[in-house]
Design a protein around this ligand. Structure first.
Ligand code: SF4
Ligand code: SF4
Length: 169
């Protein structure tokens, strides 16, 4: 994402602070939902990922999208500083010796929603899979609602005397 697009999100939160309160509420529910499913997924990662020969944690995947930045901004959280990799297939800069170094709730959403086949096979056979699946679905619905709400409000016309967020330079 370029600097202009990042600044436009900031401007939207400044301009529509009150109107975006529900976006903040939805973001908190998403964070809580991801934290609830984290132990289930962490168990799966610990069992499956150490034997992986095609690790998905490469630099091109450890990237925050516009939606991710809206979510984190709604939580008043700044994404980790981007670390340039020389090639997009290099190991993700956030990958540590014990796996991802970022708490799951603030990882790029592409990481949250990605399940390779071996991981899926493992979790589908675990007790508690049904509850996990329902919780994940709920988080996904909250995410869509948060994004829609943000787009609906942030693209409104300017308040009297204010610039439109997406026209800010
Ligand atoms: S999630 Fe799947 S592809 Fe990624 S490191 Fe774990 S086993 Fe490998
Ligand atoms: S899960 Fe963490 S280490 Fe893996 S790609 Fe995502 S941010 Fe990078």
């Amino acid at each position: 994402m370029d600097e202009h697009a990042i600044r436009s999100i900031e401007t939207a939160f400044d301009t529509f602070a009150e109107e975006l309160e529900n976006v903040r509420t939805l973001a908190r529910k998403i964070r809580d939902g991801i934290e609830r499913i984290d132990p289930f997924l962490q168990d799966a990662n610990q069992h499956i990922c150490p034997g992986c020969r095609n690790v998905c944690c490469i630099s091109k995947h450890g990237v925050y999208s516009r939606e991710d930045r809206v979510y984190l901004r709604a939580l008043d959280v700044t994404p980790p500083a981007a670390v340039a990799a020389s090639h997009e297939t290099d190991p993700c800069p956030y990958l540590g010796a014990d796996g991802c170094s970022i708490e799951r709730w603030r990882r790029p959403s592409g990481c949250t929603w990605y399940f390779c086949d071996p991981l899926l096979d493992y979790i589908e056979a675990r007790p508690g899979y049904r509850e996990f699946d329902e919780a994940l679905r709920e988080v996904a619905e909250l995410w869509l609602a948060m994004v829609e709400e943000f787009e609906r409000i942030s693209t409104r016309g300017p308040k009297r005397g204010q610039a439109t967020p997406f026209s800010a330079s």
